[in-house]
Design a protein around this ligand. Sequence first.
Ligand code: KIV
Length: 266
Amino acid sequence: MITIKDLRELKNRNEKITVLTTYDASFTQHLEQAGVEVLLVGDSLGMVMQGHDSTVPVTVDDMVYHTKMVSRVRDRALLIADLPYHSYLNKNDALVNAKHLIDDAGADMVKFEGGGQLVAIAEHLIKNGIPVCGHLGLLPQSVEELGGYKVQGREQDAAEKMVEDARALASVGVDIIVLECIPQVLAKRITDEVDVITIGIGAGVDCSGQVLVLYDLLGITPGKRPKFSKDFLSEIGTGKSIAAAIEAYVQAVKNAEFPGPEHSFD
Ligand code: KIV
């Protein structure tokens, strides 16, 4: 099984970490086969599987259902599951719901979105033996308050606040932070200055690793895909398999060829 210690070693020797979302058993087996190190049962399933226009309607029961499918066939990858919207409003709710995802569904770690006051929630979970992954930058559960799907942290104040949030999360024992849709220089600064593993999505090539929504990688997400995503299946050409597209993603991340400047933000 891949542990946080293994991921830290990858970061220390500058080998990129590969992460993909997955929501069911069949895709999970392909991801394991391709050597993806971290599986994320993301609440993006609300959009790509359930047909909602945001992640907000996703429930804890939905997350438990999909995490169980993934954990049933998980072999060696670390398994992270999202705590959905409004499931971590206070310490008690966060702990009860995180325990469902870990003890009942088989996740190794839970992820939730935000810094600031939520650092105390992360600390409470970690003190109770629940490993936590943070998520800063564009927070899909707060997309209304953020005014839409926009790059975050471009202004100096917002950038400094994000660095402080990352430091605060790391100081209470958060091992991994997803950085979504932020300038490449800011992601590099957090990766270099904060003692944490950073996983980027729209955050440039300098993060410790990369994550994509699997359905974007396979070109099956309906509608317009974000600039930071890439359809690896159509890129490798007709007649190629899903397995080959996932392998192409793993190679591109490992070789620091993905994300390129065209998938990143200034
Ligand atoms: O829910 C999700 O898939 C995520 C990724 C976009 C990081 O949080």
